[in-house]
Design a protein around this ligand. Sequence first.
Ligand SMILES: *[C@@H]1O[C@H](CO)[C@@H](O)[C@H](O)[C@H]1NC(C)=O
Ligand SMILES: *[C@@H]1O[C@H](CO)[C@@H](O)[C@H](O)[C@H]1NC(C)=O
Length: 466
Amino acid sequence: MAMGCQIFVCVALAAVLGAALGLDEDMDRPLFGPPGSAIRVIDSDPGLKKALHFAQERYNLGSNAMHLRKVSRLISATKQLVKGIRYTITVEMSNTQCKKSTMLRTCDFYPELQQLKTEICVFEIWDIPWQSTLNLLKQKCQPKALPEETTTVEDASPEESVELLNLFKDFMVKYNKAYSTQEEVDRRLQIFHENVKTAARIQSLDQGSAEYGITKFSDLTEEEFRSTYLNPLLSQWTLQRPMKLAPSARSPAPASWDWRDHGAVSPVKNQGMCGSCWAFSVTGNIEGQWFLKNGTLQSLSEQELVDCDGLDQACRGGLPSNAYEAIENLGGLELERDYSYTGHKQRCDFTSRKVVAYINSSVELSKDENEIAAWLAENGPISVALNAFAMQFYKKGVSHPFKIFCNPWMIDHAVLLVGYGDRNGIPFWAIKNSWGEEYGEQGYYYLYRGSNACGINRMASSAVVN
Ligand SMILES: *[C@@H]1O[C@H](CO)[C@@H](O)[C@H](O)[C@H]1NC(C)=O
Ligand SMILES: *[C@@H]1O[C@H](CO)[C@@H](O)[C@H](O)[C@H]1NC(C)=O
């Protein structure tokens, strides 16, 4: 998203650069032409492969850059029959993560656009196959402009940079961050800077009372945050198992309700670096259902689901609707302390002997927030899912993000609805998250109630214990 480059911008840029390097001609070359003329070569041409490899090698030998650079894109290539073959190749060359001393073949590119330091290069290579010689006739490179204007720390005013560095230092101390190399520190500072700006943008557009700012996720790119903590499967509606619709509540919702005041909610847990939010959402719901049935609150095992729920994908995401079914098939859940959380998938170590909570079925709730509230007050905490983009930046208060930050169709995080009410006239949902107690307000996120904010109404469900 942040790195998105609108297609027309890229094309325009390529055209400008192309003109500067004189590659317009190459783009227009026919695939076949009169003998001796330059013709376009297809990407899989073995001679071209050999020439590219050679060009790359010579390029790296001739540069004093610290990192190995590789061809990141082939723009065009022609060959001309001379005494032997003359290749004219235009490519993008970018930084890999390897230092020069390592093998060229196994090095990945940097994931960040800034780090790639991409250049557009034209190489002319003369291949004389019968002499087994390759010659580099020409090499001309120029930096490729980044598709978007990017702000770097250096662009900030001196006072701003000092302030930013202090913020970053405080952040590193507060959240115990350590980075292994100076490059990593620079990269994280850059990301941190972007996140400080994004938080400010969400803050300026918030319609509730929320405060956004630096959180423990502030050194992660959106991509890293998504892939580590969120659950893209939740938006795959087609993967959802159909569930029965829950009977509606017998009476209308009271003005406010909070299951924490009634002992139905266990302490906030921490999913760690594993996309297992779905498991935490579901165990939270079942803990509530068993509290209501049995009068005792027991903390239940998420790791059992990470390891043994074959319908879901462990740390790569899952769906509550699947998890209920898996629990029914397994026979129930063990206690948290009997099957404790490790945050990575292991071999299933479930024993039915240790089951303390079974379920008999599951239901899907209404998509009407008033009906969800009424159901919650009567029946216990509810498993819900939402778009969590703004949650990366949330600190406290009632969050009411602008819709562009919180597309209700892009649901990517499962959580537990434990209560609702009003704060200074702003209606909210109290949401138990699974990112530790230091997240948000003692581990909780408060979201505006009444506008289906962030898609909070789209995937409400509960287990049923008979
Ligand atoms: C509640 O569950 C616990 C543990 O499974 C059990 O020992 C206890 O007898 C149950 N109590 C009631 C009232 O069902
Ligand atoms: C609910 O499930 C449990 C455990 O599988 C089973 O023992 C019990 O009979 C079921 N209850 C009903 C009413 O089906």
